[in-house]
Design a protein around this ligand. Structure first.
Ligand SMILES: C[S@@+](CC[C@H](N)C(=O)[O-])C[C@H]1O[C@@H](n2cnc3c(N)ncnc32)[C@H](O)[C@@H]1O
Length: 269
């Protein structure tokens, strides 16, 4: 599977927060709990900001700390600008920009945060070198990645049951970031000091299994399944529902939760 392009992200920009089921937000909150102090004198980069989940979490605790959000998807930037206008965020700017070619001077930011961004860039090393260039000496970087995405297993199993051996779905691989050791090495080799990689496990939560299935298939229908007859789609959805039932956990609030395990790698320039 190829790395997603900006248009793929634009296509899901309106549903992204629901699709992720709170998983990236939960990791975003964890990031802020380990971040060096954020205050008015900070300058924070929200790199590959998506719909602005990390910026929103920062704003919920720091009203004034200057934030620069960037993303290469115009749709994502539209959503985050809407959020900022709705909430009258001050000292906030969002720009459409490639994280592999940041348009900021050297030594600009005190905090460089990329929540599930740099790890999926086509060239993560270039993304890290740009993040390092634009970070002040002594500034803090954090990059998160998934070591386990609970959706992949039921999706993979459902496709294999539907059309055995066709390899219709192959989970994307992010080899620089998928284990604690390699994520640690990747950040260290990019020149950061005091690197540490922490494991933080969370869940993508929906109100029922049907929502998990619908959210999955609605994006598949635009790509992989776009030419499938309706009967095939219904048959596949029934299989997928069955596979989701095998892995989903019901939490104390009655949510249907899928495991998402993250790696949180952070260090200092
Ligand atoms: C999984 S989302 C993460 C969004 C958000 N940071 C969060 O916490 O939920 C990945 C984001 O990376 C962006 N992205 C991927 N490659 C990029 C690149 N080369 N430059 C800038 N943004 C990129 C996508 O558009 C998408 O919004």
């Amino acid at each position: 599977m190829q790395r997603p392009k900006a248009d793929n992200f634009t296509a899901i920009s309106r549903t992204y927060n629901q699709v992720t089921g709170g998983a990236t937000r939960d990791v975003g909150k964890f990031i802020l709990s380990i971040a060096p102090k954020i205050d008015k004198s900070s300058h924070i980069l929200d790199n590959a900001c998506g719909t602005g989940i990390v910026s929103e979490e920062i704003r919920s605790i720091h009203k004034e700390a200057p934030i620069q959000a960037i993303d290469f998807s115009s749709g994502m930037i539209e959503v985050v600008r809407g959020l900022s206008e709705e909430n009258n965020w001050e000292s906030f700017d969002a720009k459409e920009m490639n994280g592999q070619e940041l348009e900021f001077p050297d030594e600009t930011f005190t905090h460089s945060i990329s929540n599930f961004g740099i790890f999926m860039f086509p060239d993560s090393r270039k993304g890290l070198s740009e993040a390092r260039r634009t970070l002040k000496t002594g500034g803090w970087i954090v990059v998160t990645s998934w070591s386990l995405v609970g959706w992949y297993q039921p999706l993979y199993a459902a496709f294999n049951r539907f059309k055995p051996n066709c390899n219709l779905f192959i989970p994307p691989k992010f080899p620089l970031w998928n284990t604690k050791q390699v994520a640690f090495n990747t950040l260290s080799e990019a020149g950061f000091k005091n690197v540490e990689t922490l494991e933080y496990n969370t869940f993508a939560k929906q109100k029922n299994i049907e929502t998990h299935v619908t959210l999955m298939t609605s994006s598949l229908k635009k790509q992989l399944m776009k030419d499938w007859p309706l009967t095939d789609i219904s048959e596949f959805e029934a299989i997928l529902r069955d596979e989701f039932e095998k892995v989903v956990e019901v939490d104390e609030e009655g949510n249907y939760a899928i495991k998402m395990n993250s790696l949180v790698s952070h260090g200092i320039k």
